[in-house]
Design a protein around this ligand. Structure first.
Ligand code: TXA
Ligand code: MG
Length: 321
């Protein structure tokens, strides 16, 4: 199959109407989209990505009004939707029967989001169905933040990539669920915990991390992982351990004196965590092609988008010792 990269919303819409796959731009990462109500179409997503079927998909809609067609919203969920949608924010809600079990992996809850990207909003507003879309990467690899990243992973497996430029947020959406008037965060992401707490006027609960430490290397595939082994921690303490290796560093804005600057990749010259999140996946992908033995990543400040950056880097770690 030939994979075309283009900017034509009409072409994307007509391919989706035929029950096929289109990679779509969002402000977080690119998604691999298809008609969420058509199980034959949804099956192709799992096949194209090599994604296990027990892993449910987020559905994307064009307006808050549209959410009510697919899920039930409590008052607090609606308040959050009004404040944070469109945006890098996903609500896990009780689903209505119209949403196929394949999309939710059999769960009675469906994850819904409104992406904040002009091209994709235009697309969603003209389609008579929602789009199921996971990140448009091969399962386990780093999420794509440009059309080229999507092409690198899925070329030949999908007919069309709608090119909406580089993603402005750069990490996936924050996933939350409202339970008895409490907000439970399932995945930290592009909308900060602080922003959610400002809307609800109280603290959220963070779900315990789902990162599994494999018993032996290779037993469990990690997420967001580069092919080059990545380790996260105190860079100055780790560098001597890898003295005989070709090492790259991912940091925020300060060079380390014990390694040539050319091997250090800083995510934001002025120390902005928003900008750092924007660049993270692109830098991880770039580094992967440069023949390093190991990538050492700093621990970023645990605030704002730093939480999402730390989460993704932690999940990218593989056992390498
Ligand atoms: O920013 C994003 O959220 C991007 C863009 C494309 O929208 N999407 C994304 O999708 O990151 P994905 O599939 O790579 O990650 C979605 C996460 C998965 O960990 C999945 O298990 C969880 O959301 N999820 C989806 N539906 C769920 C459900 N019904 N119950 C529990 N978890 C769910
Ligand atoms: Mg993903």
């Amino acid at each position: 199959m030939q994979t075309i990269i283009g900017t034509d919303v009409q072409v994307a819409a007509s391919i989706l109407q035929q029950g096929q796959l289109v990679a779509i731009p969002t402000e977080t990462v690119y998604g691999l989209a298809t008609n969420a109500l058509d199980t034959k179409a949804v099956v192709q997503i799992f096949e194209a990505k090599n994604r296990p079927r027990f892993n449910p998909l987020i559905i994307h809609v064009g307006s808050i009004a549209a959410i009510a067609q697919y899920a039930m919203m409590s008052d607090l969920a609606l308040t959050l939707a009004n404040a944070l949608m469109p945006g890098a924010f996903t609500l896990l809600l009780p689903k209505l029967p119209i949403v196929p079990d394949l999309v939710t992996a059999g769960s009675p809850k469906v994850a819904v989001r409104i992406p904040d990207h002009a091209l994709t909003l235009q697309l969603l507003q003209q389609l008579p169905f929602p789009l199921a879309a996971p990140s448009a990467n091969v399962f386990g690899y780093v999420s794509p933040t440009t059309a080229k990243h999507v092409y690198d992973g899925l070329c030949g497996r999908i007919p069309y990539i709608l090119d909406g430029g580089a993603c402005s947020v750069g990490v996936e959406s924050t996933i939350i669920e409202v339970i008895n008037d409490e907000v439970l965060v399932h995945r930290v992401g592009g909308v900060s915990i602080e922003a959610i707490e400002a809307v609800i006027g109280k603290r959220v609960q963070l779900r315990a991390t789902t990162t599994h430490q494999p018993q032996a290397p290779g037993q469990l595939k990690s997420h967001y992982a580069t092919n080059t082994p990545l380790i996260r921690g105190d860079v100055n303490a780790l560098l001597p351990e890898f003295a005989d290796k070709k090492v790259a560093i991912i940091g925020l804005n300060t060079f380390y004196k014990d390694l040539p600057k050319a091997q250090q990749y800083l995510l934001s010259a002025n120390g902005s965590l928003v900008e750092a999140a924007q660049h993270l996946f692109n830098i991880m992908r770039q580094l992967d092609g440069k023949g390093y033995d190991v990538i050492i990543a700093e621990v970023f400040p645990d605030e704002g988008l730093g939480k999402a950056i730390n989460d993704r880097l932690e999940r990218a770690q593989v056992l390498h010792k």
